[in-house]
Design a binder for this molecule. Sequence first.
Ligand SMILES: *Cc1c(COP(=O)(O)O)cnc(C)c1O
Length: 240
Amino acid sequence: MNYADNLLAIETRIAAACQRVGRSRKSVELLAVSKGQPPQAIRALSEEGLILFGENKVQEAKAKISSCPSHLKWHMIGHLQSNKCRDAVMLFDFIQGVDGFELAQELEKWAQKLGRTKKVFLEVNVGGEGSKYGLAPADVVPTLLRVNDLPHLEVHGLMTIAPYSPDPEQARKFFRKMHECKSACEVALGVPLPHLSMGMSGDFEVAIEEGATLIRIGTALFGPRSITKTLNEFRSQELD
Ligand SMILES: *Cc1c(COP(=O)(O)O)cnc(C)c1O
């Protein structure tokens, strides 16, 4: 896998999407989604200058993060169970995927115990799909105001996974709705929210055109993933 070439191709597409809508390239951050990828691949991309990495399972992150360069910043992008909150607060710099006040309270409890402040993103189920986690758009502002009152959590933005379609144009209306949702949050809070996390390998250009500030790219950077294979490889290396 030539990670440098993959990154260059993605960078070119990000720059073109920014240019189409008159945005600065600096207004979009690239989060490399490293779930199902071994630490060697993460190191290779970090050597190309990437700093932000995302994992969707606490267990997998625990096995990998300590063997990755220490200057990297880690985002939890998956669904978080309340019994994993302690580890998540320990391991991750940012926790996306906060989909309810109860989960926020559990994170608050551990952030307080561990003496940290955590940056979190509220996850929005923008397509209203039964198969997805996330707040209904109408619940975002009320939840945001409650989470924002928790002293050890800082709401850093909103995140969503748009309903899947092979045609990225189909995601545009959902991304647009997320942008409106972010604006409503900013009105309610009276301050800007730093991030709108949306757009993946298949739809990130449309997401940028609709206001994404953080795009989460996995396969287009790393190539296909194989969680069990990579974890087993990783474990056998640890035993060597
Ligand atoms: C896996 C994943 C991604 C990246 O998906 P790709 O299609 O591989 O780019 C982004 N966001 C979340 C929440 C994910 O779980």
